[in-house]
Ligand binder design. Structure first.
Ligand SMILES: Cc1cc2nc3c(=O)[nH]c(=O)nc-3n(C[C@H](O)[C@H](O)[C@H](O)COP(=O)(O)OP(=O)(O)OC[C@H]3O[C@@H](n4cnc5c(N)ncnc54)[C@H](O)[C@@H]3O)c2cc1C
Length: 329
């Protein structure tokens, strides 16, 4: 890999100071699961790397109104095993548990997971100068697109790689960002950005001189949640499609629903059609399947990924049943 200088700041303020305004030249390093691989593959070639793993908060703090604040440097394993997180936000726990392998969860952090770059094989190969690397095309529409987006219609067809991003959006999380002018709060749903020709090189609104420092989850109220991931096989790979579903019940009837899918679009993909299909209904196999069908109605697959429609339908249906406490196979 290309040589770079290494900064080891003691705290959040010094970490922010060590960043710069060119995101290609200075990069934060947390667990390194994603960044080190990109450095070794010459996909990223920064001049300076800033270690944020020991500078940022790695704890979970209760919030006055009943929510929780999760530090970006928290390891995925600690998140997965946190009793209060599991009790209040089971879909966050589930997503963390399902990431990779024990080794990956021991190394990867919350901030790194939410900010990891796409897994697209064209992006990860230094030979392909795609939109995301300053080029003028996305190679997937006419290339190998088995794992690419079925929603969003480009111009880049990556799927967002973060498993935590989906339940974070579903629960209405807020991200705290720290920059040279202090902090700012951004709703998780507004953090991840759909690609346009202007912003296609990034996946979110984070400025080069900012860090994501905390994920703030609002009090869950009486909401019930389900999370279901479908993988190619029971391996450590990223899911092909997955979903987080939140249900607010009035007796046996759904009063409110939130349906968010992952690995189907460049951002966590909320389906208001699926939510509308659930409201006013009881949850059973039939209503869950109808909502799942509504969630995928507007999918536009590429040449090799139409199979993802059925996979995503299954994920949504099972997440709904899961949220209602109905066992799935
Ligand atoms: C085999 C395998 C399977 C995997 N399966 C899954 C899966 O199923 N689901 C899933 O979600 N992930 C999966 N991963 C990815 C893994 O979870 C992430 O790579 C890991 O969480 C990244 O965390 P990190 O701390 O190591 O990040 P790093 O590699 O240190 O950083 C990742 C990116 O985020 C930036 N960054 C880091 N911290 C911050 C911060 N606080 N603020 C702003 N930017 C920051 C870095 O600059 C870098 O660009 C898998 C990885 C492997 C190798």
């Amino acid at each position: 890999m290309k040589p770079f200088s290494y900064v080891n700041p003691a705290n959040e303020r010094d970490a922010v100071r060590a960043l710069g305004t060119d995101r290609d030249k200075v990069m934060p390093l947390a667990g390194g699961q994603d960044l080190l691989a990109r450095l070794k593959d010459y996909v990223a070639q920064p001049d300076r790397v800033v270690n944020v793993k020991t500078a940022l908060d790695a704890t979970v703090t209760p919030m006055p109104g009943g929510g929780l604040k999760i530090g970006a440097a928290m390891k995925l394993v600690d998140l997965a095993e946190h009793a209060q997180v599991a009790k209040l936000y089971p879909a966050i726990s589930r997503a963390a548990i399902e990431v990779g392998t024990p080794q990956i969860r021991n190394q990867g952090t919350v901030g790194g997971n939410l900010n990891q770059r796409p897994r697209c094989w064209y992006f990860r190969n230094e030979e392909f100068v795609c939109f995301k690397k300053g080029g003028n095309q996305c190679f997937s529409p006419t290339g190998e697109n088995q794992f690419h987006a079925i929603f969003g219609n480009g111009p880049s067809f990556i799927v967002h790689p973060s498993s935590l991003a989906v339940p974070a959006v579903a629960y209405g999380a807020t991200f705290r960002l720290a920059g040279p002018n202090g902090e700012r709060m951004v709703a998780a749903a507004d953090y991840f950005t759909m690609p346009t020709l202007k912003n296609v090189e990034t996946e979110n609104v984070l400025a080069p001189n900012e860090l994501l420092t905390h994920v703030i989850l609002p009090a869950p109220g009486g909401v019930r949640s389900g999370h279901y991931e479908v993988r190619f096989k029971e391996s450590h790979d990223w899911p092909i499609a997955f979903a987080t579903v939140l249900l607010t019940m009035s007796g046996q009837t759904v009063r409110g629903a939130r349906v968010v899918m992952g690995a189907v679009a460049p951002v966590p993909w909320r389906s208001e059609a699926a939510e509308a299909a659930l409201v006013g209904k009881p949850i059973n196999e039939e209503t869950a399947a109808a909502a799942a069908a509504a969630a995928l109605r507007d999918a536009r697959p590429l040449s090799q990924n139409a199979y993802k429609i059925q996979v995503a339908k299954t994920a949504v249906k099972r997440a709904i049943l899961n949220a209602a406490g109905i066992a799935t196979v």
